[in-house]
Design a binder for this molecule. Sequence first.
Ligand code: ADP
Length: 494
Amino acid sequence: MAKLIALDAGTTGVTAVLYDEALVPLRRAYREFPQHFPAPGMVEHEADDIRRAVQVSLQELLSGVDGPIAAVGITNQRETVFALDRHSGEAYGRGIVWQDRRTHKRCDDLKAEGLGERVQQLTGLLLDPYFSASKIEWMRSHLPGLAEKSEQGGLVFVTVDSLVIQALGPDNLWVTDPTNACRTLLYDIERREWSAELCELFGVPMDCLSEVRPSVGPLGTAHLPGDRRAPILGLAGDQQAALFGQACYSEGDFKTTYGTGCFLVLNTGTQRREPAGGLLTTLALDAHGQPCYAVEGSVFAGGAVIQWLRDGLGLIAQAPDSEALAREVPDTGGVILVPAFAGLGAPHWDPDARAALLGMTRGTHKSHIARAALQCIALQCVDIVTLLRDSTGLPVDTLRVDGGAVRNDLLMQMQADLAQARVVRPADVESTARGAGALAALGAGLWEADPTAAGLPPGATVFEPQMPREEVAEIRAAWGDALRRVKTRPGPTA
Ligand code: ADP
């Protein structure tokens, strides 16, 4: 049976997974790499650290594994950007990570100039430091010699996907795909090409960008341990890979990843729909690996709330203990946690808001707080689902879920109840790697996506909504009230 490799180059480490051609995971290897925080609000990665993590994870994955590898698929943290020598691959300084806020002021200035609307029209995104363009602009103006070097064409500004593809082969091939390009703030999502207008705005020479190739098809050759070669045939940014890995190929299909934060993505098919409340339009992939539209929202504090119960409050020893503790009580006893540890995201956009624990009485026990912690993860996702339903007109009645925190059955039941939707959890919750593996398998002609398969993935667990609607309404009203109390500025409150 043919074997496939998926490489997931994430924010904190690289995961390599070996699959058989039916996409059953056979083994995996993981290598963490260092994070650099040179100043408050700044986060950087070394290109060589990521390249090394790719090599080491592949070596571990393939040690003792014989036989050919049919194809490699890649997925990656998006928006993070590196300046590299086009011919040697050598890095100029460190890469600037998506979390980095150093270009905040510049983005605010561009917004004040009234450019936000045009940028959104072209890219589907907001003028925000999160995306690559203002980071490239910063590199060009701060790293000595970089501006000249980029004018002379000796330089490439690349996202992590291009870096990984280059690391796998000997020929310094610089390629990317639409799902990564569309996160740079330099890509026109309707024309599906780099935007000359945006490159000019951010001072990025267009010939310093990677070649955009289809997400499924030839993307280079991987030189693997054991003197083996395999074609790289699939590529997508992490959220789009997870969407594909969850079989969300068609309009109305929806997934949420519950990691440190939560990432919600709704496939809107061939039609671009304007989302409300600061959600983003992005490119995702249909059953054939061709670009389609999607709307994306995120929750800052997802599993991070559970980490806070563990590390901040010391209420639990490890994250899974949150479930047993919360199950000691039937409800939160009126306690609401608003986890605005780092402000509030969509649909509130209040960076100055801070977290609060409300509604406690003398009878409040730590189990009520644990339950409120799980509930607030679900409530934040519900606010975004509501926004998606209202702004796209799509029903969003099935939530496919993945990520580390979905192992918590209570959280999943709360999610089904509060969203009044069916929650489907696959047996393999690593949808991101699975998506990259599936794209590679599609490219190799070993596998086909079945867009009509409305059925459940094998081994899936389903959580049906059980809570009476009046109770849902009461909890959501209390949540809305609590949000109003912590917000520092008026704005939509669910
Ligand atoms: P990331 O990719 O962001 O590192 P993961 O998908 O590995 O995240 O998920 C880890 C997050 O999930 C952590 O924030 C952790 O607190 C949370 N988590 C893990 N297991 C559970 C659980 N059983 N219940 C609740 N939260 C959990």
